[in-house]
Each structure stands twice: as structure tokens, then as C-alpha cells.
Ligand binder design. Sequence first.
Ligand code: ADP
Length: 701
Amino acid sequence: MDDHLKTHTYYEYVDIALKEMPVGIALYDAQTLCLLMANPLFHTFLDPAWQGGRAVGHPLTTWLPHAEEAGVANLFRTVATTGVPYKDDEYAYAGFERGMTYWNWTLDPVRDSDGRIVQIVETVTEITSQVHARQKVEEDKVLLEQEKRDLETEQKRLKVIENIEVVARSVRDSLDIQSISKALIQAIITNFDPLVVYIHRADAAQQALHLLQIHPQPLQEDALRLLQYVPYGTSSYLASVHKQRDPIILEDLQIEVVQEWFAGEGRLPQSYVHGYICVPLWFGDHFEGALTAVLKERISVNDPLVQALTRSSVYIAAALTQARLHTVVKAEQERLRAVLDQLPEGILIVEATNDTITYANAAAEQILGLPIHSLLDSPITSYWGIEIVSKTDIRLPWNFVITEALGGSTVRSQEAILTRTDGSKVIVLGSAAPLRSTDGAITGMLLVFQDITAQKSVEQHKKAFLSIASHELRTPIAAIQGFAEILQVQASKEQKLSPQGLRAITFINEQSQSLTRLIEEMLDITRIEIAQLQLDIATHDLASTIAHVIETQATTAPEHHLQFVLDGLPSPAKLMGKFDENRIVQVLNNLISNAVKYSSVGSNIEVGLRRCSGNADNALIWVKDSGIGISAHELPHIFKRFHRANNIDPSISGLGIGLYLVQELVTCHGGRVWAESTEKSGSTFYVQLPLHMEHPAPQLN
Ligand code: ADP
């Protein structure tokens, strides 16, 4: 035994043990329940007023509040009378000032040597914080379970909404609107249990809704009839849904005011009918229809059905839009097809990917001499026998046009000789253009052609006639003119002729000159048509060319006042350019002589020259008269061959080929010609001429 232990008595050990014990220990008198002694820990359990040993010597009922009502005192008495120890692991006690406390405690009887119960020993441990901790865990567990349940419900709910959304989304590109609405209604009825669901489609023209699909079919005929066609003006929720973006959600149709409105949608709701939702189907700014469901239960905004229908609405609306546009496009296509079928021009549409003909009209059948059914789906390459005839008579196979068009270029007015399967030949005039999809990709080609065999043969005859006639006429006229000139010279020298004779010779001379001009012009036309017109391009001063023409014209038309206006050119005026001088003289002569012909004697004719504003490399020449003018409806035609306006005096000679030639000659120079005119006030003809033309412009036609 060590020193420390040696210095303490037995009771002192007990005291130390009791003091240090982590359990409250108390000793009571079994009769009076008076606290005889307790260790320090025990005292700390008590209300503050009784702590620090103040309870010792007092009965339990005095210092333990509510000891009697809570039954604690009785537990002590039972132990004292029966001798049966008492034990409670978790005793809840609400008597202390600090509120609810929990205790683990025991009561044991203490007997004297005779076996009588004289005292009671209590051991007690406060377990309030442990119990609280446990309770917290339990509460958390309950909460967690609740949350889990909520989550599951939410997941289920989302799944249902998703189901319907998936159906709606999958149908949005479909064009068959009946199966779209059927699939959607099916999805709704499998996920929910509505009394009835229906989809309406908007008819903007009639300002009404048409029933597309309903499930189940209403038993009452009149109910179905009322739903089948719902004009916007009717007093029902459905009829008014086009006015809003949000769904109409009615919690309970049994409410009186609702009944009144619902009547327009069928009949008054039975007592088991409650919830109602009507979702407007909007796609962008277009109202496409409505989706409605009627339910047995009351309904609220957060119901999965409401959410599912609201979220699906845009897809259904998209599907309805798609279907509507498809119908419009189809109708347009059919109308277009009907127009194409009627056209006198042959039309072929060729697919870019495999060169097959996807469309041929009746005229194509006739011109190509092949039935439409054999043309369709056959490759255009099977018709390579067709040749393109160029102006210079070079023959190209037809695929040139096709390749060009499929390559993105438009080919205009190409002549082609077509040998049909029966060996007969047709001359066609064809154009081809690429067909593009909305993103610009070339998807095919359109070929338009007409049979010009008849025109061609007339034209060929005309050409032959013109060239023979011009040649046959030129020779005798040249002879007449030559002899008339000889006579004129002789007569003026020898003065042997009477004044009438001299006038006659002068007349013969003038007339044969104008006949020669006419023949030259006819020959020029022929040359242009058979691409034999050659330009003799050289550098000249345009200002002096014009001045010279004016000078000559002034002598032949002395009664008119010819004026040369130079606008913005340095003095002395000079405007160098490359052109065929003879041809430009011919152009100016034509324009000035027309101005003389179609304006009154004594009037002014202005011939002007300046550089083109905005394009200084071009000269602008104008010939302005104040004559009879040209009416607006004649103006587009005056440059056509043989065209003469109807306001001219028939005694004024002319064939209507002068302006045609002017246009051809100016075009060959790369320039352009046009006229501005007001009837009865005069005309101005403009020629825009490039000054630095290196090569003659290619001749078309
Ligand atoms: P034409 O031999 O008839 O003069 P053109 O080809 O030179 O043939 O002209 C065609 C038609 O244009 C004329 O017949 C006339 O009706 C109209 N025209 C041409 N120039 C003028 C003008 N300066 N004033 C009014 N009409 C004109």
C-alpha cells in the first residue's frame, strides 16, 4: 500500500469515490423519502434553488417539483413497500425548470439486519442530450424519407410529363395531322385518366376551330356536333382561347359561372366532372388550335397534366403549322404543275444527283417526240443526240447546256437541232437554269425549249430572199445611179438639158442614192443575222466624226437648224476613242435623218456630245428633236425590225429598219441606245459608246 492510501480512512475512500462518480447517487429514508445524503453530481441535477446540498434533510416531494403528479414519489414508495428494485433506461421528466429532461435511473431498497427496508438508494444519470441527439437522428430520418418520397413522386411526375412531351416532340415534323393528334391523345390517356381529351385546329379564314381528334367519342350526338365546329364568337372557353397565350385552367367546373361558359362546349358538366384545361396552341405568332382535357378531379396549375399539356403545346403547334404549310405548298405545287402542263414550251426538270428527268410536260413530250412516261426517271444523258447550234454554226452536244446549268450558270436562248427517234429533225430554242434549294445548293436544273422549226424556215427564206434581192437590186441601181451622175455632170457642163430634164436627172440621182442606202441597210441586216458584220476598229476623234456628219446632214436638210452641243469638253473639242467610224457615221446619219423626217421644217435639231457621268470612259451622244414624238406604248418597240409607229405620216418613206440597225451597230461596239420621248413634243435618242473598246462585242442570236 502506498502513502497516499495509508493516510485515508475507509469512509474517506467512500467519500472520494462518491464525489468522483460519474453517476448521481442519493440515499433516502424509506419512510419519509427524506434525502439523507447524495454525491455532488446528484445535486447538480436539481433546480438551482436546491443545488449545493440544500435538498439534504428534505423529503423528495419538497425539492423535486411535481414529484407527486409525475408519479416519481410513488415509484419510491413502491420500492420501499415491495422491496422490488426499480429501473428505467429512459425516463422522461418534465418537472424541472429547464424543461423536458431524460434520465437513466435505478432505485434499490437498503435493508437493516432484520431485513426491513429502511433506506432507498437512487443512482441517476441524465441522458437528455443523448436522447435529443437520437431524436434528431430519428427526425432527420423521417424527413429524409419524406424527401425521398417527394423526389420519387416528382420523378414520376416528370416522367409522365416527359412521356407526353416526347410524343409531342416526335410528331412535330410529321405531316399527317390525324396521326399526330391520335398519338398525342393516346399518350395523354395512358399517363393520366382524363374524362375526355380533344384537339382542335384553327381555321383563320373561317375564324373557327375544327375538331381534329377526341377521346373517347361523346355518346351524345349534340355534344359532338357542338365540339366539331366552334366559331370564335361562341360563348365558351374553347372559343375564346385564341385570344390568349396561357392555358385556361378551371379548378372546378361545378362552379356556377363556369357551367354557363362550359355549356357552349357541349353540355353542362355532370356532378363527377371537375377539372378543365384548355391550352392554346401557338407557333410563333400563329394560333394553330387548342388542346383540351376535362377531368374527374379538381385541377391546379402544378398538376402534371397541366404541365405536360402546356409543355407539349409548342410541339403540337409546330406540327400543325408544318402540316398547314405543307398543304399550302402542295396546293401551290399542283397549281404550278397545272400551269406548266399547259405551257406551249417544253419543260424538263432534271435532278442534280443522277441526271434523271423528274418532270416533263405535254409540250416536251410533243417536241421531243417521246411519251412522258418514257422521259420520266430516265437520264437526260440518253438524249445526248441533241445538238446546240451556235451562231457560227458550230454544233455542240446538248450536255454543254446541262453541264452549264448544273454548274450554276443560266444558259439563254440556245438553238439546238434535235433528231427525234423517228429521224425527223426539229429546231428548238432552249434555255436552262439551275434549281437551288433554300440553302443555295444546286438540286437540279430546269430546261425550257420551244419548237422554232417553222419560224426558222420562214427566217431562212427571208434571209435568202434578202441577200438575193439586195444583190440583184444593187447592180442595176448602181448602173442607173452611175449613168444619172454622168448625165448630170454633162448637163451642167454643156447646159443642153431643159430645167425639167435637169430636175428629172437630179431626182433620179437622189432616188437611186436612197435606194442604194436602203439596199445597204438590208444587206447589213443580213450580215448581222448571219454574223458576218465586221467592225473596223481604229482610233478617231468622236467630236470631229460627229461634226462631219452634221455638216453633211446640214446640206441635205437645209430647212432644219442643226446644232452641235459639246458639253464639258475642252476647246477645241476632242474626244478620242476606238470605234468603227463608218458604222458610227451610219448610226448618226440614221438618228439625224429620223429627227429631220419626224419633225417640222424649220425646227431645231440638237446633236450633243459629252462624257458619260459616272463612267468617263464612255461617250454619250444625243440627237434631240422637237417633232411628232413617240407614244409611251410605242417606245419599247421602235428598235424592232420593220416596226413603225402609228403616229407617222404614211407619206414619209421608210421601212422601219434604221433604228434596228442603229441598235445592232451600237451593241456591236459594246454600247447601248435608248430613246426618251413625249408625243407631239419631240424625242431624244441617246447613244452610250465605250471609247476604249479593244474587241468587238460578241454577236448574240
Ligand atoms: P423608219 O424607216 O420608219 O424611220 P426607223 O427604224 O428609223 O424606221 O424608225 C422606226 C420608227 O420609229 C419610225 O417609223 C418612227 O415611227 C419612230 N421614230 C424614229 N425616230 C423618230 C423620231 N425622231 N421622232 C419620232 N418618231 C421616230
